[in-house]
Design a protein around this ligand. Structure first.
Ligand SMILES: *[C@@H]1O[C@H](CO)[C@@H](O)[C@H](O)[C@H]1NC(C)=O
Ligand SMILES: *[C@@H]1O[C@H](CO)[C@@H](O)[C@H](O)[C@H]1NC(C)=O
Ligand SMILES: *[C@@H]1O[C@H](CO)[C@@H](O)[C@H](O)[C@H]1NC(C)=O
Ligand SMILES: *[C@@H]1O[C@H](CO)[C@@H](O)[C@H](O)[C@H]1NC(C)=O
Length: 454
């Protein structure tokens, strides 16, 4: 299940040179309620804000209104190979135009030998890239080599803004097992996991993992061999009188995250194979752990029969009810692009107030901001923590998101320019531990994509 790391860390690309981690405090989600009107969008990780908070991952159930989240770009067939990073855009630069990039990154993607590396350097919480377009049923495949090592978790998942989720995950201590799982609307039911054993070595060998997601079934196939099938008809929930089946538009997410951080719950660490050793394996030899992607394909299926449409329904998905069932998805011609990070679904054209400053200073205090609310959610390490064994009960009531993990302390942050938000910050506003990326920075935000030099 996608959730915050137990440490509730976020690493953000910040001004200057380095990523750092910070605590975040979840403020929207199950048990926490909805976002206020001045920061209406509830991010994937349960924090309220504007701008990027209203784009991919924005949770319509817990945002201020149903219109707070920006319409989600409609499914588009893609075949991603990775000769360079051109089709991957950093989250600090993405305003919702999915024609310009296929993936949005949070962390440090890199290219090596024509393949994509999703990296996790010592002390960081890893990297995630998410598709800019949503998939509402389709065939999605990824040819990849997993990471390896204790506590290191590689993932290839589908996740909807309603927290429907379909997973492949690999823990780095078992290179011959692929873990599969699914969740419905983030309900933390940990009994759905199933393992598929692998003849090959997931770290050394290319393997193609496929999700064939149809309105009435999900099939997990590995190198063309069916490993698991979930039928919608087997998910009937008598109490709710509905199917607990993943059925809402989802982003494809590829990630690497540290299940074995010492500050994580014991159950999570155990599941991940123990505490991460930042001085071993690829962290020692190359400088970071990594997953390697050779190719990712998305083939869109037709929307389910009876799907609602406004106009030609060719551009985006919205919801017509917070319930978030398949029948609440509407295909529309609404735009998906914000004019600036001050925008939200209810006003996509807001722009930062013009200031006299030329906007070259990246100090973040060169001009008064027109908004004090956060505009770009932090990284939470991909946080795909599907984990039936988690023994801490932290999943309960969390609605499958970060909601329950709003506190916790940082550790494992060893050097690498990575520090806890309240220790090494040069900007006093960061010392509160609640970094605010101010709207005024818009003009001057330089994406600090610390692309690893290979
Ligand atoms: C979890 O899901 C299974 C099968 O889908 C179901 O039988 C079980 O009752 C669920 N558990 C809870 C606590 O809802
Ligand atoms: C899958 O395998 C892992 C070890 O690789 C184990 O920890 C986990 O319990 C297994 N899950 C299931 C559902 O059997
Ligand atoms: C049925 O749905 C309810 C409400 O969503 C949920 O709490 C319950 O766990 C579900 N039951 C099963 C068996 O999954
Ligand atoms: C959107 O915001 C801009 C700038 O704040 C304002 O001028 C405009 O009237 C707003 N539009 C709507 C539809 O609220």
């Amino acid at each position: 299940m996608v959730r915050l790391l137990d440490t509730a860390l976020v690493a953000a690309a910040v001004l200057g040179t380095a990523s750092y981690a910070q605590k975040i405090v979840a403020d929207c989600g199950v048990g926490l309620g909805n976002c206020p009107s001045n920061k209406p969008c509830c991010s994937q990780y349960g924090v309220c804000g504007v701008g990027a908070y209203c784009l991919g991952g924005c949770d319509p159930k817990h945002s201020n209104s149903l219109e707070s989240c920006v319409p989600a770009p409609i499914c588009k067939d893609i075949d991603s190979t990775f000769p360079n990073l051109d089709r991957i855009v950093d989250k600090t630069k993405y305003l919702g135009d999915s024609s310009k990039a296929d993936w949005v990154s949070d962390g440090e993607p890199a290219i090596k030998d024509g393949n994509l590396l999703i990296t996790m350097a010592p002390g960081t919480v890893g990297t995630v890239i998410a598709s800019t377009n949503y998939v509402w049923y389709g065939k999605i495949s990824a040819t990849l080599k997993t990471s390896y090592g204790k506590g290191v978790v590689s993932a290839f998942i589908l996740l909807s803004d309603m927290k429907d989720e379909v997973d492949y995950e690999w823990v780095g201590v078992d290179l011959h097992t692929t873990q599969t799982n699914w969740y419905f609307q983030g309900i933390p039911n940990y009994t759905h996991g199933k393992n598929i054993s692998l003849d090959k070595d997931s770290y050394k060998d290319w393997v193609t993992y496929e999700l064939d997601w149809k309105p009435d079934s999900i099939t997990w196939s590995i190198d063309g061999q069916v490993g698991r099938v979930l039928k919608k008809s087997d998910t009937w929930n008598e109490t709710a009188k509905g199917y607990d089946f993943p059925s809402t538009p989802s982003r494809v997410q590829l990630s690497l995250w540290p299940g074995g951080l010492p500050t994580n719950a014991k159950g999570t660490i155990d599941w991940a194979g123990g505490e991460i050793d930042w001085k071993a394996g690829d962290a020692r030899d190359v400088g970071y752990y990594y997953v390697t992607f050779k190719e990712v394909k998305i083939q869109c299926y037709d929307p389910p029969s009876g799907a609602k449409k406004q106009g030609s329904g060719s551009k985006s998905y919205i919801y017509d009810d917070r319930a978030g069932f398949e029948s609440n998805v509407v295909m529309t011609d609404k735009g998906t692009v914000l004019k600036s990070f001050l925008g939200t679904g209810t006003n996509m054209t807001v722009e930062p107030a013009k200031t006299s400053s030329k906007g070259s200073s990246a100090t973040g205090n060169s001009s008064p901001s027109s908004s004090d609310v956060e505009t770009i959610p932090g990284l939470t390490g991909a946080g795909t923590g599907v984990n039936g064994q988690r023994g801490d009960g932290s999943g309960s009531g969390s609605g499958g998101s970060s909601a329950s993990s709003g506190s916790g302390d940082v550790s494992g942050g060893s050097g690498n320019g990575f520090s806890q938000g309240n220790t090494q910050s040069s900007n006093p506003s960061e010392a509160t531990g609640q970094k605010v990326i101010k709207g005024s920075m818009l003009a001057v935000v330089v994406a600090v994509v610390a692309v690893i030099v290979l």
